[in-house]
Write a protein that binds this ligand. Structure first.
Ligand SMILES: [Zn+2]
Ligand SMILES: [Zn+2]
Length: 143
């Protein structure tokens, strides 16, 4: 009975994950582990992936939330003004990136991508026209 199967001590920490227990039955013949992430989520991770992360002393191992932390959360922008826009609240209908509902001084409300606000590309609902650059608007994008 070779001890090739992956084993971890309970409560082993790898990155942001704490390994709780093995998942039964194994998925596709591979040992999975039920882990708790520091963010509060639970996830199942392949034993061999965990083993590799442990070997690399990986600090980035997480339920998947780690990546997202590189995206700045702009909650502190609520109530701030950028150009003519006042940021009212997060637009939760946009799930692929962060959008904010902004109230323009002209009275229009508009949902604007956080990255545009942050880069100061968008300073109004559209009522300010920047004469010099008309690069925005004409490019069609999917989604
Ligand atoms: Zn997480
Ligand atoms: Zn406006």
């Amino acid at each position: 009975m070779g001890r090739s199967r992956t084993y971890f001590e309970p409560n082993t920490r790898i990155g942001k994950l704490t390994i709780l227990r093995e998942v039964f039955p194994p998925l596709q013949g591979e040992t999975n582990f039920f882990c708790k992430c520091d963010c509060g989520k639970y996830c199942e991770v392949l034993g061999r992936n965990l083993k590799q992360s442990l070997r690399n002393n990986s600090k980035t191992r997480s339920c998947g939330c780690f990546k997202h932390q590189n995206v700045p959360i702009l909650d502190d922008l609520i109530g701030h003004r950028i150009g003519r826009l006042k940021i009212i609240r997060r637009d939760f209908s946009k799930i692929h990136s962060t959008y904010w509902i902004c109230l323009c001084e002209c009275g229009n409300k508009k949902s604007i991508a956080a990255r545009h606000l942050k880069s100061l590309k968008t300073l109004s609902c559209g009522c300010i026209r920047e004469e010099s650059c008309r690069e925005t608007g004409l490019k069609r994008r999917k989604g």
